[in-house]
Design a protein around this ligand. Structure first.
Ligand code: G1P
Length: 300
């Protein structure tokens, strides 16, 4: 697998129940950080890594995601007539010209592994990326997926993003065991989905960025239901690793925000605001005011 990845899969069929009632009508991938929806950050990261084909695995309730990447004629006309050219540019070009989008429907909510399997007909026989838009990764240099794709090109195997988590949090993640690390990467020897802290092989958690070999589809087809009664991507990767296929864990440079949780979304908003050209100063002042008003500044 020394090919460069060109295709990226975005599983976006989840219900987003943690963010109800907002997600009653707005898919969680469309929740904004400042003025861009989460999905846009993940898409930009995939394009930066070299992907030109974006595959969204969606369900019948997620029209907003397809609409977002479609042309909005009426809105464009209105902005043009009003001379709002800066805003017009923002809605006119959600994607560069060389990038195409494909929508695939996941008819049953059978888990992440099943969602990835739904993309099989459009991926074919080449390595590809999977990005979970809930995991937002902030970095001043190369994006996390680009770092991983560069490594995958050298290693020729699968590459999984990882980061350390507190022991008591292992039951929220896929957890990997490695032979040890050489710089940012380490060969994976085993992987388990959401283990109890006492059973976790390490505290290295899988983050939602993957570079996968096409063999993952056969492995997924052979995978039964695992944790939570779902078809788990982790189980299919673990089976391949057990059969001697190379997968590396990759400790990417950057900060990951779990925007599938309330606090993660808040943290991401704060970070992006503080790093924003126009918002940095007012955001800092506003945070200070809020701390002062609530009388918590002295304890911070
Ligand atoms: C999924 C994966 C898990 C991974 C996590 C990262 O779980 O199954 O292995 O650690 O994403 O965000 P989910 O959070 O969708 O339950």
């Amino acid at each position: 697998m020394t090919q460069r990845i060109r295709k990226a899969v975005f599983p976006v069929a989840g219900l987003g129940t943690r963010f109800l009632p907002a997600t009653k009508t707005v898919p969680k991938e469309m929740l904004p950080i400042i003025d861009r929806p989460l999905i846009q950050y993940a898409v930009d990261e995939a394009i930066e890594a070299g992907c030109d084909t974006l595959v969204f695995v969606t369900n019948r309730y997620k029209h907003a995601v397809a609409d977002y990447f479609d042309k909005a004629y009426e809105l464009e006309q209105k902005l043009e007539r009003a001379g709002k050219l800066e805003q017009l540019d923002k809605v006119r070009n959600p994607l560069p010209d060389h990038v195409r989008v494909i929508f695939v429907t996941q008819t049953e909510a059978l888990g992440l592994g099943h969602a990835v399997l739904c993309a099989k007909p459009v991926i074919g026989d080449e390595p590809f990326a999977v990005l979970l838009p809930d995991d937002l990764i902030w970095n001043r240099g190369d994006g996390a997926l680009k770092q991983m794709a560069d490594h995958a090109e050298r290693s020729g195997g699968g590459v999984i993003a990882v980061q350390n988590v507190p022991q008591e949090k292992t039951s929220s993640y896929g957890i990997v065991a490695t032979q040890g690390f050489e710089g940012r990467h380490g060969r994976i020897t085993g992987m388990v989905e959401k283990p109890k802290p006492a059973d976790a092989p390490s505290t290295l958690a899988v983050v939602g960025r993957y570079v996968l070999p096409p063999g993952i589809f056969d492995a997924l087809e052979a995978t039964g239901r695992g944790a939570g009664g779902e078809i788990q991507l982790t189980d299919a990767m673990a089976a391949m690793i057990g059969a001697g296929r190379p997968y590396d864990a990759y400790r990417f440079q950057g900060t990951r925000f779990d925007c599938g949780t309330h606090i993660g979304l808040i943290e991401a908003t704060i970070r992006f605001a503080l790093d924003h050209e126009k918002l940095s100063e007012p955001a800092r002042e506003s945070m200070q005011r809020a701390l002062d008003d609530l009388g918590v500044a002295d304890n911070a």
